[in-house]
Design a protein around this ligand. Structure first.
Ligand code: HEC
Ligand code: HEC
Ligand code: HEC
Ligand code: HEC
Length: 171
């Protein structure tokens, strides 16, 4: 009887159990920290995630060609071509961005986050602007409106059109 459960808690076996527990705890902490760091990175949500707070801009954008950019590819039966998707979807080749119609249908077409950056942190807490680009510069547009694709692109003129006919008067 003396060599029952009491023994395991005492001698070498006990030390082993203790070490295993500490290693387990440490591993657990590392795992939790990993998940925490991951969720600090903004993810793409799609324009539907912006609609509730930026309704006028959303409505305006919905009327722009950007909002129909995926439809454009469909009309040409080129929607499955990565070479075309690159500029006609949101977050192509970026972490959490567009993959295909099955996995990421909400990220088709050129949406808010194509210009403003992935916005999930801001969606969850409007005061959090991490990753959010407040005023997208010409370089952002030029990722798609390249010299080859759109030689006559005029940034100052075109930024007035990105939100379509929103409440702010065509901005
Ligand atoms: C829960 C409400 C809410 C949601 C959802 C939301 N926003 Fe905002 N957004 C705000 C508020 C409020 C401000 C103004 C905050 C400020 O100026 O401090 C703002 C400001 C902005 C700005 C201007 C930032 C700047 O620095 O001038 C941009 C750009 C923006 N939002 C884009 C987005 C995008 C893109 C989405 C969707 C991915 C989105 N917002 C979703 C509430 C929201
Ligand atoms: C992710 C790629 C992408 C980004 C980034 C992008 N655009 Fe576009 N843009 C497109 C595509 C694709 C079209 C054509 C959509 C269609 O007709 O199907 C387009 C069309 C337009 C049009 C309407 C056609 C025209 O030439 O007048 C305007 C205006 C425009 N973009 C302005 C901008 C501005 C300004 C920026 C930067 C602030 C920008 N775009 C960023 C891909 C992009
Ligand atoms: C480098 C970015 C980029 C790539 C890659 C790209 N597009 Fe576009 N596309 C744009 C931009 C920007 C516009 C709007 C400005 C313009 O008309 O050139 C546009 C406009 C269009 C239009 C509308 C033209 C019009 O005048 O109505 C069609 C159709 C189109 N793209 C089809 C395609 C197809 C098909 C592919 C693949 C073979 C493709 N695009 C690849 C950026 C791109
Ligand atoms: C093609 C790029 C592009 C797209 C798409 C786009 N924006 Fe913008 N947005 C801009 C630019 C450029 C500015 C700065 C305009 C300026 O300062 O004149 C801006 C400014 C803003 C601002 C701050 C100023 C203001 O007008 O209130 C908010 C908020 C905003 N955008 C939200 C959105 C939301 C929400 C969407 C999608 C429904 C969206 N944007 C789609 C390029 C874009």
């Amino acid at each position: 009887m003396e060599r029952g459960w009491g023994r395991i808690g005492g001698g070498q076996g006990g030390r082993l159990v203790g070490i295993v527990m500490i290693v387990g705890l440490l591993l657990g902490m590392v795992a939790i920290k990993g998940v925490g760091a991951q969720s600090e990175q903004p993810q793409y949500t799609g324009a539907e995630g912006c609609k509730s707070c930026h309704e006028e801009i959303y409505k305006g954008w919905k009327g722009t060609r950007h909002a129909r950019a995926y439809e454009t590819l469909k009309k040409k039966s080129q929607e499955a071509l990565p070479a075309c998707q690159r500029c006609h979807v949101t977050g192509y080749d970026r972490a959490g961005g567009y993959i295909d119609q099955e996995l990421t249908p909400d990220l088709a077409a050129v949406q808010c986050e194509s210009c403003h950056g992935a916005g999930s942190l801001h969606v969850n807490d409007p005061a959090n602007k991490k990753g959010l680009i407040g005023k997208p510069g010409e370089g952002v547009c030029r990722e798609c409106h390249t010299k080859g694709q759109d030689p006559k692109f005029d940034y100052q003129h075109k930024i007035r059109l990105v939100h379509g006919q929103s409440a702010k008067g065509g901005k």
